[in-house]
Ligand binder design. Structure first.
Ligand code: PLP
Length: 431
């Protein structure tokens, strides 16, 4: 008997109280691969991709998804998405290389580096990767290197949104994007220097669960792009509206209805394209979180339990494994995967082994008193910004990653060993 345990993630269910992902018992995965362990569901990622593509293409056929590799850069995940048809949003040169390795063609990789060095710019030009510049000064530096035939600019449309302060990427305080008064200058100068083909881009915030936000910000972008296209006589090949699509982390949060989002975005887009005579450019969404977040879990084992002023459950995973709680105060739902039927009858703090007080996953959370040393706790929604934010802090080795599909598990990244920790180091020898 299987019962879903989290929202509509049917791949995550329980059989007789034991948590399973795509038909494999989590405690079995822990035994086989060790912990801490990231586990991703192949079919969930695939479904997330097609749900989004189908929602948009029902209203606008020229729609493309570019996967934001920074969310989860495991090459097996990028390849999975590439095989389904995704392009790539790359934030740095290594992400361009990962995208190429996954088979994504150059013209479907958009390089949106932030505060690019000359080396970054030269690399993109030399490797024919499409560049999305986020500052006017970078255009001036690019002119000294080489002006490509195609160029896009990341615009700060003056508004941004997220449930988490650190995830608002536009507006007056944002370090990202070209501010409105400079946008015309950027495109005018690029055209004068010989750029023939253009795109326009924004990325205003992450994990947005408000379905009405997306059409508002699209209207804002198009009200910048439209008059500009007319004035400069340019045709935008694509309108890239960034990622931002949210997922529910907390039990009380509602899922984002992407059909509703797609419908309202396309309605607004079509109206603006018509108003400004902009033709039918490709519409690009470049989500990270929406595609991989709810497909992944982090499995950790209980290492030690302390009874002090509070009960502390100490895990073999910590902020070095899953940084979001320490970095953003982010919530991750925790399940006792050995027995989901056990009553959550004990108030605990769930912590890691790192020498920082912020190494705390949950405060005063209700978990089963049955939780014992060696049992597993599972963090949901760990597929995005989990492993990709992990570190070796406190000399900890990074965990392994496993992809599961229809009852089979495949190791897609080995657990680091001590040699990985000291790789490339040597004792200093001074003469
Ligand atoms: C330029 C760009 N595109 C896409 C994304 C993906 O965002 P999300 O995970 O919210 O979809 C990010 C995230 O930081 C980004 O910076």
């Amino acid at each position: 008997m299987t019962t879903p345990v989290w929202k509509s993630v049917s791949e995550l269910n329980h059989r007789n109280g034991i948590l399973h992902l795509e038909g494999i018992a989590i405690p079995d995965l822990a035994r086989t691969f060790g912990t801490p362990l990231y586990v991703y569901s192949y079919n969930r990622i695939k479904k997330n991709y097609h749900r989004l593509v189908n929602a948009y293409r029902a209203h606008y056929p020229h729609f493309e998804v570019y996967y934001a590799i920074k969310a989860n850069n495991n090459p097996a995940i990028v390849k999975l998405l590439a095989e389904e048809g995704a392009g790539a949003d790359a934030s740095c040169i290594p992400e361009i290389l990962i995208a190429k390795q996954a088979g994504i063609p150059d013209h479907r990789i958009l390089y949106s580096g932030v505060y690019n060095s000359d080396h970054d710019l030269r690399y993109a030009v030399d490797h024919r990767t499409r560049l999305n510049l986020e500052d006017l000064s970078q255009l001036y530096r690019l002119e000294k290197i080489s002006i490509p035939e195609f160029l896009s600019f990341r615009i700060n449309p003056g508004m941004g949104e997220s449930g988490i302060k650190g995830l608002v990427f536009a507006g007056p305080d944002a370090k990202f994007g070209i501010i409105e008064p400079d946008v015309e200058k950027a495109y005018t100068q690029a055209k004068e220097w010989g750029v023939k083909r253009f795109g326009i881009h924004m990325m205003t915030g992450s994990n947005v669960l408000n379905p009405h936000y997306f059409e508002q910000v699209v209207i804002k972008l198009l009200d910048i792009a439209g008059p500009l296209a007319k004035k400069l006589g340019i045709q935008f090949e694509f309108i890239d509206i960034g990622g931002s699509l949210g997922v529910p982390y907390r039990p009380e949060e509602e899922e984002l209805d992407v059909n509703q989002v797609a419908q309202s975005v396309v309605r607004a887009l079509r109206a603006k394209l018509k108003e400004y005579h902009m033709g039918e450019p490709t519409l690009i969404h470049e989500p990270g979180r929406y595609l991989v977040c709810d497909a992944g879990v982090l499995v950790a084992s209980v290492a030690s339990i302390k009874q002090a002023h509070k009960t502390f459950i100490g895990l073999d995973a910590g902020m070095q494994t899953l940084l979001r709680p320490a970095l953003h105060g982010a919530y991750h739902h925790i399940l006792y995967s050995n027995n989901l039927n056990a009553p959550c009858d004990r108030k605990v703090n769930v912590v890691g082994q790192i020498c920082e007080s912020t190494d705390t996953f949950a405060k005063d959370a209700m978990l089963p008193s049955a939780t014992a040393i060696g049992d597993q706790l599972v963090f949901l929604n760990a597929g995005a910004y989990g492993y990709s934010m992990s570190s070796q802090y406190n000399s900890k080795m990074r965990p392994a990653e496993v992809l599961v599909k229809d009852g089979q598990a495949c190791l897609i990244r080995k657990r680091e060993q001590f040699d990985d920790l000291i790789k490339g180091t040597q004792f200093a020898v001074f003469s």
